[in-house]
Design a binder for this molecule. Structure first.
Ligand code: GLU
Length: 269
């Protein structure tokens, strides 16, 4: 169907459970594959923005903590350690393929403060024009309350997609997509290929949390889909276990669950 063929600017969101092992340490083999695929997309002329989680988990692992601590200030310190670890790896791997990365750490007040919002939009646009690959995360170390916290990278990636006026948001997760019932408890659960209208009936079939290492469950992904589809940007939920799945989309195939952009938003463009 070629959902993806006309996309010139994409946002790819990748979750902690995809980027890390169960130990919390970075899953280098998977990150290497992801970097290669995204580099190839860039080589084909697509502008890519990566929204990457994994900072807290990488920090926890690097500092030798077994599990993510509850105390927010410790978690924030872990994020600071893990974020630089993450960027070090991305910088190193993307440079192998000749691509330049740029770190953008976001707080939610960027959306409500017009000056900060336009600074963010300008920075994204300038970076993309200069052929850089922005890598975005929530600024976990300084976000503490409702005003500053996005509350997870599913939502952050949706807002980044609208700020960048992306053509599509690809949400790489540890699930294949949205099922008509919980695949962990129902072996007959069927993957839903396409969601035309994201209404209450869709929310009713989603449920449950993600893994203990990430924050996003299916509801958070649906909320993200709601944000982007309502402004005319479609979204996929895909399994990031094998990042080469993205080639299927590039080649015009279909994988995961596709959330159609709201036609009314498109019509008013
Ligand atoms: N910003 C968090 C991190 O880098 C992840 C949040 C999320 O997984 O949604 O660890």
């Amino acid at each position: 169907m070629g959902y993806f063929r006309d996309s010139r600017r994409i946002v790819v969101k990748v979750g902690t459970s995809t980027l890390t092992h169960s130990t919390g340490h970075l899953n280098l083999r998977r990150i290497e594959k992801l970097v290669k695929v995204l580099s190839d997309m860039k080589n084909s002329g697509i502008q890519v923005v990566l929204v990457s989680s994994g900072a807290v988990s990488a920090g926890v692992a690097k500092l030798g903590f077994g599990t993510i601590p509850d105390a927010p200030e410790i978690k924030q310190a872990m994020a600071a350690v893990g974020q630089s670890e993450l960027m070090k790896i991305y910088d190193k791997l993307f440079s192998v393929y000749g691509h330049t990365v740029a770190q953008i750490l976001m707080t939610k007040d960027v959306l409500t403060n017009p000056d900060r919002k336009s600074a963010a939009v300008n920075t994204f646009n300038r970076l993309l024009e200069m052929n850089c690959l922005p890598i975005v995360n929530e600024n976990d170390s300084v976000s503490t309350d409702e005003l500053t916290k996005f509350g997870g990278n599913d939502i952050l990636s949706a807002h980044v997609s609208t700020l960048c006026e992306a053509d599509v948001l690809l949400n790489l997760s540890d699930v294949n997509g949205l099922y008509d019932s919980d695949p962990r408890t129902n072996p007959d659960a069927k993957l839903i290929d396409r969601v035309e209208t994201l209404d209450e009936s869709v929310y009713a079939i989603a449920g449950g949390a993600g893994t203990s290492r990430g924050t996003g469950g299916m509801i958070a992904k649906l909320n993200a889909a709601k944000i982007v589809t309502s402004v005319g940007i479609p979204m996929f939920i895909l399994n990031g276990e094998d990042p080469e799945i993205l080639y299927t989309l590039l080649d015009g195939g279909h994988v995961g669950t596709y959330f159609c952009a709201d036609k009314r938003a498109k019509a008013s463009e």
